[in-house]
Structure formats: structure tokens, C-alpha cells
Design a protein around this ligand. Structure first.
Ligand SMILES: [Zn+2]
Length: 579
């Protein structure tokens, strides 16, 4: 989804837009931290094994915190003079590490199917598992109520088996059944779901959408947003309270993986400025479990052009680095192409067995204008690019535009930067751009890319973290949730090992990152990209954002990083999450 950044927006807008819009457009930051003063006395002393995040540095024994900031770190004896009777002593059962940074995920589009049953390849290793999982849900669901499945990915099952109307009717004849493909480009429905939506074999296809038909009947497969929306329009819509609960659930899930700061990847695509307004309202009611950096999406419902979208953000007071320490607007975001596993990423060469290499969401001129709209207002500009032709298009636009804006520290970056050429990496470095990689592309889809979608040569050019870092490109890793699960330590593990989940084989060992580079990719490098220079490591002057884990990743074998357990996270020295 990569598709989540684009295709899912009209779906999410139709389903959730009204509830989110009820938050209005007044941006009122809570500024929780403004009330707290930093002094020379520690209000909190953390004792134990404290890992700064500096590779190779020995762990400290104690960390002194005042007003949410780290004021000293060292031995217990060195910090003795900073404490008094009022100092809270925290002796966590585990290792203290820097709070992890997730530089690209989606809150809003993930709300669309948050409560749907997960039938991803990870949850359901075989096609039959996926079908049987839905059947079990259907059996427990009252007749007439919807049964939902999400993250179904036929590309990860042998022979790419289709989910047909017959199979879905066997899952339940009495409940409408809707299943979302992992790419978000396809939906599958049973007869009851078509009946509920009033769709028959004779219903005309909407522009840009298609109801699959074969042998005089519907196949159950529904392609692209306009047709998918005709099905989803009949689902019960969540209330504003349910939306708020969904956001809380997503942020807690991120925190449970050790995350203390994240970048939302397409803010405003669903309900415009109300999304930022709602985040501030929730944070005012109770501090959020994770700090949220928003990236304002260049496409907004009801706005005709990126320039109009930029004007709407500005008018609402959502300007670069506005907000507070918990919710801050930091970037401009656009999506250049689709998803490689959905065969909608934009490539110079055709997909295996196909005539074309996908397509771009823009023309070279329109993408330049969309980027310019953000750059003109002083935004850090971030672009989703999956295929090598999409990287080329966005890179050419950056090369053309950036010289007009002079020297600055905005840190523009590519999101995904999935398949690249040597020339593109060299030019990306020269242009001063950075990159964040969707490392789970390798872990979950690496074999599908190599064997059925892209071929070995292009699969080897997937997620080239080692080459990027060697060229001087600041590189982080991300989940693109809900494309893949938020688990920075697992993503870092894959950056080091590049092992495929399916058989443990290694995809292009020349691109393996070192453990030091991979841990920077989920801490300091990711923090730098989201302009969180006061986070990402535990050092004097930085914020006391940390996680408590059972094993120290900085001294342990990367193959075990995915099994590390997080028992709590802290933001500004106070509990943000407890397992
Ligand atoms: Zn995304």
C-alpha cells in the first residue's frame, strides 16, 4: 500500500470521513511539556542497564531526568549529587534502550479495516488457513452481520489461488463477507455482500473500477476504489468515539513494539485538517502513547490541486513544525506510484509475464507541481516511490526543483525507495536526499518478487540499504503499517540478514547492513529524518524517551532481535505504555 498512501484514501474517506470531520478544523495543541521545568535536580533517576544507543559504548548504570530531559548519564555514584528525597527512583526489570522511531506508517487508512480479521500470509500460512479462519469467524457472527477479512495476499500462496464467489459463499451463505486484498486494490465479496450492496451481474462498472464477471456470473473479485466503494458504502460506519478508540489501539500497538515516536504517512487524505485537529484533541484529553509527526498529504478530499491543499493546511495554521511536543506537523507527502507486490509500482521494464511495468500516479510535470506546492511553503518533502521508474521521476523533479530553494535543513526523503539503480543512488546522495526502506518487502515478499513478480535481477536491487549508506544516504527502515506490522527490531534484523521468511535464503547479501547501521535505522537515522533531533538516543540534553526490553539489541545477535520483548515505554520520563 503503498497503495494505502493513495488508493485506500477514497475508501477510508467514504467510511470514516464524517466521523473524523466532526473534530472540526481548530488546531489546539495541549503543550503538556510546557508546564514542566528542567532544573539541575533529578526528578527521576533510572537505575539499571542503560544503553545510550551509541554502538560499542558500554552501558551506563544510571540516568538522571529533570522535566522530561536527560540531565546526566553515567555511574550511580556520579549521579548521586543530583538526587534528593523528592527524586523518583525507577529500577526497571530489564534493559533501558532509546525509544524506537517508526518513520513511516499509516494511522488513518489503517482505521478502515482495523477490526477486520487478519488473514495475511503471516497469520494464515496456507490458502486453506485463510478460508477456514473466515469460516470460523462467520460461524460466530449473527446472521446478516458482516464478516470482514483483511491483508489477503494471493501472491504469497503457491499458484496465486483466487478467492472466488463460490469459496466465499461456502464461508457463509447468510452473512455478507468482504475480504480486502493486501494491496488494497482488490476486494472479494460473497453473494450476500453483493445483495446487501444492490450489485448484480448487470450493474454497470463505475469509471476506474470493475466487478469481475465470468461465465454469466460475478466472480466475487472487485477491482479498484470506485467499485470497492460501491460495496463498502453499505458497511456500518464507525462513530467518532470508535475512531478515537481505533487511534488509541494503533498507537498502543506501536508502543508495544518499543516505539515512542512515529511519522504518520498520509495525513489529511481522509478528512483534511480535521485529522490533525483530532490528534490534538485526543492528546489534550490524555497524552498520546506515542509522539506523532504528521506528513501532510498532497491530495485532500474536496481540493482540486496540491496548491489548493497546501493553502488549506496553511489557512488552518498547520505550517512546518507547528503543533507541540506530542503532535507536530513536519512534512509534505506525495505518492508517485503503487505497490510492487500489487504490480502497480512503476518500473522501467515490464513485470514478469506482463506487457507493462506499471504506471505513475502523476505526469513528470504534475509531480513537479505537487512537490513545488510543498516546497514553496517550506515543508520537508517526502515521496513514496516503489518502482525504479517512480524513483527516476521523483529524483528528476527533486534535481530540477531543489536548486531553487537554496541551502536548508529540511531533509527531504524517499519513502520505500524500493528498487533502485546505481546511478539513482549516486544522484540521490548528490542531491542531499535520504531514504527510508520498507524492509519487510524483503522478508515477506522477497521470494515473490524474485520468482514471480520482478525476476532475480530486480529483486537483488530491492531495499539496497548497504549501497545507500555507503553512498552517504541517511537510511532508516519502516513498516508502512498496515502494509506490514510495526516491529522495528524485526525490520532491523532483516536489514542485517536479508533473510526471506519463506525459506531463510538471503536476498543479495551485498546489501546487508551492519548491526550498527540497522540499529541506527530504527533510532538516530529515523529520528533525524522526522526532525526529532532531541530523540533517538539516550544522551544529555535529549528527551527521556525510552523502552524497557528483555535483551539488549546493541550487544546481542541480530537473528534474535525479532523475539525481544518490550515491557514498557516512557515519554519525557513518564510511562507511555506498559505491557
Ligand atoms: Zn505508505
Amino acid at each position: 500500500m503503498s497503495a494505502g498512501c493513495c488508493t485506500a484514501s477514497p475508501l477510508a474517506h467514504a467510511h470514516l470521513g464524517a466521523s473524523v470531520a466532526s473534530a472540526g478544523s481548530t488546531i489546539a495543541p495541549a503543550n503538556h511539556a510546557a508546564a514542566v521545568k528542567v532544573t539541575e535536580r533529578a526528578d527521576l533517576l533510572v537505575e539499571g542497564t542503560i544503553v545510550s544507543g551509541k554502538f560499542g559504548a558500554p552501558a551506563a548504570e544510571a540516568m538522571a531526568v529533570s522535566g522530561g530531559n536527560i540531565i546526566a548519564i553515567g555511574t550511580r555514584a556520579e549521579l548521586e549529587g543530583l538526587i534528593d528525597a523528592s527524586t523518583t527512583i525507577l529500577k526497571p526489570d530489564g534493559v533501558v534502550i532509546p525509544g524506537l522511531i517508526e518513520p513511516h506508517m499509516h494511522i488513518w487508512t489503517s482505521l478502515l479495516n482495523l477490526t477486520w480479521t487478519d488473514i495475511s500470509n503471516e497469520a494464515c500460512p496456507t490458502f486453506d488457513d485463510a478460508v477456514n479462519t473466515l469460516k470460523a469467524v462467520a460461524e460466530k457472527t449473527p446472521a446478516g452481520e458482516y464478516v470482514y477479512g483483511k491483508l489477503f495476499d494471493p501472491s504469497l500462496y503457491p499458484g496465486e489461488p483466487p478467492l472466488t464467489l463460490d469459496i466465499l459463499d461456502r464461508i457463509s451463505p447468510d452473512n455478507p463477507v468482504l475480504v480486502m486484498n493486501a494491496s488494497m486494490h482488490f476486494l472479494y465479496a460473497n453473494t450476500a455482500a453483493f445483495t446487501a450492496a444492490g450489485i448484480t451481474y448487470d450493474t454497470p462498472d463505475p469509471v476506474g473500477g470493475e466487478f469481475g464477471r465470468a461465465g454469466g456470473k460475478l466472480t466475487g473479485s472487485i477491482g479498484e476504489a470506485p467499485a470497492m466503494m460501491m460495496m463498502l458504502a453499505h458497511m456500518p460506519k464507525p462513530s467518532p468515539q470508535q475512531v478515537a478508540q481505533g487511534i488509541d489501539a494503533i498507537l498502543k500497538m506501536c508502543a508495544s513494539a518499543g516505539v515512542t515516536s512515529l511519522r504518520e504517512g498520509a495525513t489529511g487524505s481522509l478528512a483534511g485538517v480535521s485529522e490533525v485537529a483530532m490528534l490534538h484533541q485526543l492528546n489534550s484529553a490524555a497524552r498520546l502513547p506515542v509522539r506523532v509527526s504528521t506528513s501532510q498529504f498532497a491530495i485532500m478530499p474536496g481540493k482540486a490541486s496540491p496548491a489548493e491543499v497546501a493553502a488549506a493546511w496553511k489557512e488552518a495554521g498547520v505550517t512546518p513544525f507547528s503543533g507541540d511536543e506530542m503532535v507536530r506537523a513536519d512534512a509534505w507527502k506525495l505518492t508517485a506510484d503503487g505497490s510492487n507486490q500489487g504490480r502497480s509500482g512503476y518500473f522501467m521494464q515490464p513485470y514478469l509475464g506482463e506487457e507493462t511495468g506499471g504506471h505513475a500516479d502523476w505526469t513528470p510535470e504534475s509531480i513537479r507541481n505537487a512537490m513545488k506546492a510543498g516546497l514553496d511553503d517550506g515543508w520537508q518533502t517526502t515521496i513514496h516511490t516503489n518502482g525504479d521508474a517512480a524513483v527516476e521521476m521523483a529524483l528528476e523533479a527533486f534535481e530540477d526543483l531543489l536548486p531553487h530553494y537554496g541551502k536548508n535543513d529540511l531533509r527531504h526523503f524517499f519513502v520505500h525507495y524500493s528498487v533502485t539503480t546505481d546511478d539513482q543512488i549516486a544522484r540521490t546522495a548528490k542531491a542531499g536526499l535520504s531514504a527510508t526502506f520498507l524492509m519487510n518487502h524483503v522478508y515477506y515478499w522477497g521470494a515473490a518478487f524474485r520468482d514471480t513478480i520482478l525476476g532475480a535481477d530486480r529483486a537483488d536491487r530491492l531495499d539496497r540499504v548497504a549501497s545507500a549508506i555507503k553512498a552517504g544516504i541517511v537510511s532508516s527502515v519502516h513498516s508502512d503499517y498496515n502494509v506490514s506490522k510495526v516491529h522495528p527490531l524485526q525490520s532491523a534484523r532483516t536489514a542485517v540478514l536479508r533473510q526471506l521468511k519463506v525459506d531463510g535464503s538471503v536476498l543479495n547479501p551485498a546489501e546487508c547492513a551492519t548491526p550498527e547501521q540497522a540499529l541506527a535505522a530504527i533510532t538516530t537515522s529515523a529520528a533525524w529524518q522526522i526532525h526529532a533531533d532531541d530523540r533517538g538516543s539516550l544522551e544529555v540534553g535529549k528527551r527521556a524517551d525510552f523502552a524497557i526490553v528483555d535483551v539488549n539489541p546493541w550487544t546481542s545477535d541480530p537473528s534474535g532481535w525479532d523475539a525481544i520483548k518490550v515491557s514498557a515505554t516512557y515519554i519525557d520520563g513518564t510511562v507511555a505504555f506498559e505491557a
